[in-house]
Design a protein around this ligand. Structure first.
Ligand SMILES: [Zn+2]
Length: 116
């Protein structure tokens, strides 16, 4: 389950990174908690998420709960991007397919988590 979540986090990381790059972050997409510009940044939550999920090595040591939170954030963020871009309900582009997959995985993970 952990590895599945790690796998599924790859696409939103790419998406969010490319989205943030367009906005020309002065810190090269590293969240600086001490910089008021970062704290007030519209992309702050995405940036913090990206930063928090940056190293796969570090992610390996995270608890399943933390991975689930990262997954939940990714689902919300991708869903918002797709809604904003006006993708139809039955769209089959990679991010839309990813969203369906991720939501399913999230449901499965919730089920196995409470069972354990
Ligand atoms: Zn789509």
């Amino acid at each position: 389950m952990r590895n599945q979540i790690l796998d599924v986090l790859e696409l939103p990381r790419r998406l969010i990174r490319s989205e943030l790059e367009i906005n020309q972050c002065p810190h090269d997409i590293q969240y600086y908690a001490s910089d008021p510009a970062c704290r007030g940044c519209f992309d702050g939550p995405e940036c913090q998420w990206l930063y928090a999920t940056d190293e796969v090595a570090a992610l390996d040591s995270r608890s399943l709960d933390e991975l689930m939170q990262a997954l939940e954030f990714a689902i919300l963020s991708v869903a918002a991007q797709l809604a904003h871009a006006g993708h139809p309900l039955r769209c089959t582009c990679p991010p839309c397919k990813w969203l369906q997959q991720a939501e399913q995985l999230h449901k499965q993970a919730l089920g196995s988590n409470s069972g354990a």
